[in-house]
Write a protein that binds this ligand. Structure first.
Ligand SMILES: NC(=O)c1ccc[n+]([C@@H]2O[C@H](COP(=O)([O-])OP(=O)(O)OC[C@H]3O[C@@H](n4cnc5c(N)ncnc54)[C@H](O)[C@@H]3O)[C@@H](O)[C@H]2O)c1
Length: 333
């Protein structure tokens, strides 16, 4: 099959290698000319100093990527997704499949990427939509380390086709799901919890505290998944708890690392100045805070992270706020 990957960053270029390994013809589109040159001329991953297959090519011309195939893998940060999709809708004349691999929720609208696609892409340009997500550090997939993902679509036949396209016998096993909502939401919320876990680590609060935050973070993932209409089972699978496990204490995770820096006293401005790559969890915290207000959801961990990051609440006050909540029984509701 032919696929275009829109966004050739850490994850997009890594998926490019996976798809070439699986025998597909892959073109990457990225706005960063130096990434395009690095892929085409040096055959090196733009973020990791590791070789990419020579068959993997790149372009900075979106029209070329759109004309290449009907399968479009969306691997850009969520914050540019609406703009990119609007441009795509103006350029395409044939219907396309959209396979989202980014993990975020749009602040202000609280929309998932599938909802943005439905809003922006005209019906006659939309052949199908799926999300591919789960516990996956690009740093490991690029080294062909064993990884399990889930591809979710309301169109089960599409999910099965993509399962075969992305799976291989040596390092990638993909499951299918029809719970598109649950799979999309889990990936976004776990990033927010990973930031909080990082803050606790930066503060040297200890492993007990981190385990507590991660476990109670799972409760918040369940609440958000269910608030959107997803299934609790999905929240406990690869795309929710699985992804949280891989992210919430890993130095590979930009969300965890950003949280650690916040815990050590750095401002978001300083962190953004040092880290040019996507940190989805910080924007997810804003989107989830807004969602909690709109839907009257109890998300205490995400709420205190919002106060610390967006309202400069001292972290010690945030911890006190969490600890002085009414004592309760341990239930997920
Ligand atoms: N890094 C991982 O291990 C990983 C794993 C799974 C999912 N994800 C998700 O994938 C998404 C991308 O993450 P990443 O780590 O690859 O980020 P990244 O910052 O490394 O890469 C993003 C890429 O998108 C490109 N880009 C930005 N705006 C663009 C536009 N308008 N058109 C085309 N290209 C554009 C950038 O130049 C960059 O190369 C995020 O939502 C992330 O949560 C990342």
């Amino acid at each position: 099959m032919k696929l275009s990957i829109l966004g050739g960053g850490a994850w997009g270029a890594t998926l490019g290698q996976l798809l070439v390994d699986n025998g597909h013809d892959v073109l990457i589109y990225d706005i960063n000319q130096s990434f395009v040159d690095t892929i085409n001329q040096q055959h090196i991953h733009p973020f990791f100093d590791l070789p990419l297959p020579e068959a993997l090519t790149a372009t900075n011309d979106l029209s070329v990527a759109l004309d290449f195939t009907e399968y479009l893998v969306l691997a850009v940060p969520t914050k540019v997704m609406r703009g990119l999709l609007t441009t795509i809708d103006n350029l395409v004349t044939e219907p396309k499949y959209f396979i989202n691999v980014s993990k975020g929720i749009e602040p202000d609208t609280s929309k998932r990427v599938s909802e943005i696609v439905d809003e922006v892409i005209k019906t006659n340009h939309l052949k199908g939509f799926a999300v591919l997500t789960g516990p996956s550090h690009a740093e490991e997939v690029i080294k062909r380390k064993l990884t399990l993902l889930t591809v979710a679509s309301t169109d089960e036949a599409l999910a099965k086709d993509l399962q075969v396209m992305f799976s291989n016998d040596s390092y990638m096993r993909v499951y299918t799901s029809t719970d598109l909502i649950g799979c999309e939401v889990g990936g976004a919320v776990k990033n927010a919890i990973a930031v909080v876990s990082g803050i606790a680590t930066g503060l040297d609060m200890g492993e007990n505290a981190r385990a507590a935050l991660i476990t109670r973070g799972i409760v918040e993932i369940v609440r958000v998944v269910e608030a959107y209409g997803g299934s609790r089972d999905t929240a406990f699978g690869l795309t929710g708890v699985g992804d949280l496990i891989v992210t919430a204490s890993s130095e590979h995770s930009r969300n965890f690392k950003a949280g650690k820096e916040i815990g050590k006293g750095k401002s978001m401005d300083q962190i953004y100045a040092e880290q040019k790559q996507t940190i989805e969890g910080v924007r997810a915290i804003l989107a989830l805070h807004q969602l909690a207000e709109k839907k009257h959801l109890s998300l205490p961990i995400i709420e205190v992270a919002y106060h610390v990051i967006y309202e400069n609440m001292p972290i010690t006050d945030a911890v006190t706020k969490l600890l002085t909540r009414t004592l309760k029984s341990e239930k997920i509701e």
